[in-house]
Design a protein around this ligand. Structure first.
Ligand code: GLN
Length: 497
C-alpha cells in the first residue's frame, strides 16, 4: 500500500507492531512513512499546537538509515523507523530545548538525554519537540510560552498538562508515540484527557539524565502511546540502567512479550478516598470498569487509605521546594535569556528572572523558598517529608492486600480552555489522584475507560507496587482488549495511511 498524504479518508492509527511489520514487508518505505507524518504535522499542527518545533531533517536522516537497513535485508529493532516525539524538557543535542519558557528560548543543548541516546541507537524517527506547561508546572499546558496544546477530541478543551503536546500529538495521530515526563501526573493526566495511554514508571527505572529538572525526587520519564502494547514496547526500550543518573535502578526484564496473562484470582484494590469528589460520569465509567474486571475473574478489595488526604499539600510543598532550588541556575550568566539593561549583577539576575519566567513558575519559586526558609522549614518542608514516609508505608500495606490499585486518573474530563487561569488552587486540586504515586515512587498507567456526555474521554488509573510495571501493563492490556471498541475513538485528523 502506497502512502498518499493527499488521500481524503479519515486517519487510522496503527500500532508500533503493525507499522514494524509493514516496514519489513515493504508496504511502504520508512521515508514514505516519515514524510506522511511530517506532512500531517505541517497540515494540522496549527489547529492543536501539539508541536512547538518540527525536526524534519533529523526524522528523514533516521528514515534513510532504516531504509538502507531494509535494503540490505537486515532485521529491525521494535522501535526502528517509528515516528515519535519528545517533550521539550528532554535535552536534544543541537536541537533547541526550551521547556516552553522564555528563559530558555534559543537554548541548544550540547548533549542528548539518555532516553534520546537510547532511541537514536534504535533509529527512532524524531518528528519534533512537543508543547508543555512551562518547566512542566501546570495541568493544562496553558502556562507554555507558546500557548497551550488543544484537545483533538474538542479543540475548545485543553489537552491536559504538563505533557499536553505529546498527548495531543498521539491522540491526533501526528505521532505514533511520544516521551513525556511525570512529576505529579503530567503523563497520565493528559493521556486521560486525550483518550490514550500514558505510563509513569517506578522512580529510577528510566534515566533522568538530560531531563531538565522540575522536582528531582518526583520527576520520571515515560511513554505516551495509543495502546497499551505500544506503551510497553517503549518502556522496554527506555528502562535501562544509566550510570549518569545516580538514582537509576537498573534494567528490568522486558514486559511487552508478557501481556495478556489471565487475571483470574488477581486482586484489585479500590481505596475509597480516590472516589471522593469525583464527577458523576467519571465515577460511573469506573464502576463499569470494575464490572469488566470482575467478569475477568478479578476480586475487588475495598479499603481506606486515609493518609491520601495529605498527598496534595505534601506534593505541592515538596515539588515547589525542589523547583525553587533547581531553577536557581537560570540567572542570565550561564545560559538562556539575559536582560538587556541593568546596573550591576544583582539587578541583572533579578530582571532576567522577572522577565524570563512566567507567572506560574514565579509563584512556585516563591512558595518553594517560603517553605524552605529558616522560620518555616520545620512547619512545612520537614513535616511534608515525614508525611511522605507515611504515604509510602500506607501503599506498602495496601499492596499486601492487592496486586493493583484502581482509581480515576483525574476526577473530571478535559477542562475548557482558560479554566486553569481562573483559580490556581482549583487547578492544583485536580491533581489529587495522580500525585500520590509520585510521592511514593510507584508505577502507574492511565488508560481510556469511556466518554462523558459531551464525548470527552475518561481515564482510569492502575497503580502497581514498585517495579511491578508488568502487573499494571498486563491488567491494562486485558481491560483494553475487552473494551477496545467502546473506549477508543479515532479523531478525524492526522496522518492518512
Ligand atoms: N500538575 C502538576 C504540577 O503542576 C504535575 C506536573 C507534572 O507532573 N510535571 O505540578
Amino acid at each position: 500500500m502506497a502512502i498518499s498524504p493527499s488521500k481524503k479518508e479519515v486517519s487510522f492509527k496503527m500500532s508500533i507492531k503493525k507499522l514494524h511489520s509493514m516496514l519489513l514487508s515493504k508496504e511502504f518505505s520508512c521515508k514514505e512513512l516519515t514524510q506522511a507524518y511530517l506532512d500531517a504535522v505541517q497540515r494540522e499542527n496549527s489547529h492543536i499546537n501539539a508541536y512547538i518545533k518540527a525536526t524534519p531533517e533529523t526524522a528523514l536522516s533516521a528514515a534513510k538509515k532504516v531504509d538502507e537497513k531494509l535494503a540490505r535485508g537486515e532485521e529491525l529493532l521494535p522501535l526502528e523507523g517509528i515516528p515519535m516525539t519528545l517533550k521539550d524538557n528532554i535535552s536534544t543535542k543541537d536541537i533547541e530545548t526550551t521547556c516552553c519558557s522564555n528563559i530558555l528560548k534559543g537554548y541548544i543543548p550540547i548533549y542528548d538525554a539518555t532516553v534520546w541516546q537510547i532511541l537514536q541507537k534504535q533509529n527512532a524517527v524524531l518528528l519534533g519537540k512537543t508543547n508543555m506547561d512551562e518547566f512542566a508546572m501546570g495541568s493544562s499546558c496553558e502556562t507554555s510560552c507558546f500557548g497551550g496544546a488543544k484537545n483533538p477530541h474538542n479543540i475548545s478543551h485543553v489537552a491536559g498538562g504538563s505533557s499536553g503536546g505529546a498527548a495531543a500529538a498521539v491522540a491526533g495521530n501526528l505521532a505514533v508515540y511520544g516521551l513525556g515526563s511525570d512529576t505529579g501526573g503530567s503523563i497520565r493526566q493528559p493521556a486521560s484527557f486525550c483518550g490514550i495511554v500514558g505510563m509513569k514508571p517506578t522512580y529510577g527505572t528510566v534515566s533522568r539524565y538530560g531531563l531538565i529538572a522540575y522536582a528531582s525526587s518526583l520527576d520520571q520519564i515515560g511513554p505516551i502511546a495509543s495502546c497499551v502494547e505500544d506503551a510497553a514496547l517503549v518502556y522496554d526500550a527506555i528502562a535501562q540502567y544509566d550510570p549518569m543518573d545516580s538514582t537509576s535502578q537498573g534494567k528490568k526484564a522486558p514486559v511487552s512479550g508478557n501481556l495478556g496473562q489471565s487475571l483470574k484470582g488477581k486482586k484489585i484494590g479500590v481505596p475509597r478516598e480516590y472516589f471522593d469528589g469525583v464527577r458523576k460520569e467519571v465515577s460511573f465509567a469506573l464502576q463499569q470498569a470494575l464490572k469488566v474486571y470482575e467478569s475477568l475473574g478479578v476480586q475487588m478489595v475495598y479499603f481506606d487509605l486515609p493518609v491520601l488526604k495529605y498527598a496534595l499539600p505534601v506534593y505541592y510543598i515538596l515539588a515547589c521546594a525542589e523547583a525553587s532550588s533547581n531553577l536557581g541556575r537560570y540567572d542570565g550568566i550561564r545560559y538562556g535569556y539575559k536582560t538587556q539593561h541593568y546596573n550591576g549583577i544583582h539587578e541583572m539576575i533579578c530582571k532576567t528572572r522577572s522577565e524570563g519566567f512566567g507567572a506560574e513558575v514565579k509563584r512556585r519559586i516563591l512558595l518553594g523558598n517560603y517553605v524552605l526558609s529558616s522560620g518555616y522549614y520545620d512547619a512545612y518542608y520537614k513535616k511534608a517529608q515525614n508525611l511522605r514516609g507515611s504515604i509510602i508505608q500506607a501503599f506498602k500495606n495496601a499492596f499486601a492486600q492487592c496486586d493493583v490499585i484502581l482509581s480515576p486518573t483525574v476526577p473530571m474530563t478535559a477542562f475548557k480552555e482558560g479554566f486553569s487561569s481562573q483559580d490556581q488552587v482549583e487547578t492544583y486540586l485536580t491533581d489529587i489522584c495522580t500525585v500520590p504515586v509520585n510521592i511514593a515512587g510507584l508505577p502507574a498507567i492511565s488508560i481510556p475507560c469511556g466518554f462523558d456526555g459531551s464525548g470527552l474521554p475518561i481515564g482510569m488509573q492502575l497503580i502497581g507496587d514498585t517495579f511491578c510495571e508488568e502487573t499494571i501493563l498486563n491488567a491494562a492490556y486485558c481491560f483494553e482488549q475487552e473494551t477496545k471498541t467502546e473506549t477508543l475513538k479515532q479523531v478525524p485528523m492526522g496522518v492518512r495511511l
